[in-house]
Design a protein around this ligand. Sequence first.
Ligand code: ASP
Length: 581
Amino acid sequence: MRSILCGLLNINHIDTKVELCGWVYRWRDHGGVIFVDLRDTTGTVQLVFSPEYSVSAHALAKELGLEYVIRVSGVVRKRPPGTENKDIPTGDVEVAVDTLEIINTCKQLPFNLDDEEINESIRLKYRYLDMRRPEIHEIFKIRSLAYKIVRDYFYSLGFREFETPYFTKSTPEGARDFIVPSRLNPGQFYALPQSPQLFKQILMIAGFDKYFQIARCFRDEDLRADRQPEFTQIDVEMSFVNVDDVIKVSEGLIGELVKGLKGKEIGLPFPRITYNEAMEFYGTDKPDLRFDLRLVDITDVFQETELGILRRIVENKGSIKCIHFKEKNLSRRELDLAVDKAKELGAEGLIWMKIEGNSFQSPVSKYLKMEELKRLEKKVNPKDGDIIFIVAGNRDTVNEVLGKFRLYLAEKYCDIKDDELKFVWVVDFPLLEYSEEEKRYVARHHPFTAPALDIKTFTGQMGDIPAKAYDLVLNGVEIGGGSIRIHKKEDQMEMFKLLNIEEEEAKEKFGFLLEALEFGAPPHGGIAFGFDRLLMMLLGKKSIRDVIPFPKTQKGICPLTGAPSSVTQKQLNELKIKINI
Ligand code: ASP
């Protein structure tokens, strides 16, 4: 129906005849001459309707409304000098229209497509209109390009692409399952996959040694800005590999994505830090390294302190840590706000010390001994105008509070560049973590992750068993994670034993994997990246809803279709389900 796309027109087309289709994005009548910005998926171009070019087209153009679908033909002209629009690629030209066909009309729009502040639930209800807005349209063109980059990369390395089932058995990634009743097997349910984890391992056992999939995953969790009930992973698995191999392939992928989507070369390899270092220096396993603020352990400085609050912590074998905040010279009011913030984050209190000349100004300085201040100075080495923020308590709380407090300081006072990308691998995660809720150790990654040592001979604390597991973190957000897997049945059973999963239960849930491991399973490992999250970060968006075509709201509702909704009694009867609310 058209000879060229709107956004592609330029001075090379001057004097050529074109046929265009699209939507009326803007319309203005300049007394006798009507201007329309015609938009299609590639962009907009200016149409000019004048009786000079066509009396009938000009007359019909008066009837056009916003978002009408039209087809025109006309001749490309150079815009008169002084009327060019440097902001758009087609801004040097316009089309003098000689025929106009109205293909479809458009109702009164629920919002103006040019508005910047539109309520999100209205946007999502009319997602098709929202997606016509050039800025939003662009996001999904980029998302499409990202799929291509991922596929090109993996195919170039000899990976094979698979689809794995959506109707399956539960895969333990730590979230609640979405379940689907089976009409053919009343009272029985499929679980939607939290990830393709078990299938990708099975594919390794099937001898395909490089697998990838752009996979949909389903997790019934409370939603946040970076969580959706269904989301997309770039899922990868390889055989005969070690941690370094998986990391190398992953870095290559990220490099290609950053190059293709942002036009930037990213420095490879990415730095690696261990989980223990991440917790020690940044108080989190997802450190944001765009700013160089570290947690410093100063427990030893205060071993003999007489300052009551610290004394108590030292006696209880707690930790005292600080952040050395350089050259910021905060005011008294800002320091008070910082104290409030630390308390809000869970600290019992926050001690600040401001360096003025050679002395420490602090509400507690008169209770501290000279040697303590000397030791502190030696450890932290502060300069005039610097501030030391101290938090004390049990080790985990101190790390958690200061980990978040450093983000607060950075956001408020450090100059973080929006487009800065700081990737870091966090490696050597612990295999297990204690779940207060379940009162037992659970797998920190998932139960198929290989320990980094022989668990049968390990004699230390359960929580200290290292795993061959790694996460990729970007600007403080986890964008991927994976591990080398257990590939022997005995080792897998041993792992289930550690997790207090009985043999019967293990067989019931994962019997198929356990059996497959007995048929010559190769050593294997892999990773999965949160595709939506990665795009969100690369495009500088605040929520993954911005990069998902049809996302759910925080309440798990799809405003476009109205899902979830009730079903008919007939459907329930067929499934032998009774609603009990
Ligand atoms: N299945 C894991 C996840 O979804 C990723 C992996 O271990 O490859 O987090």
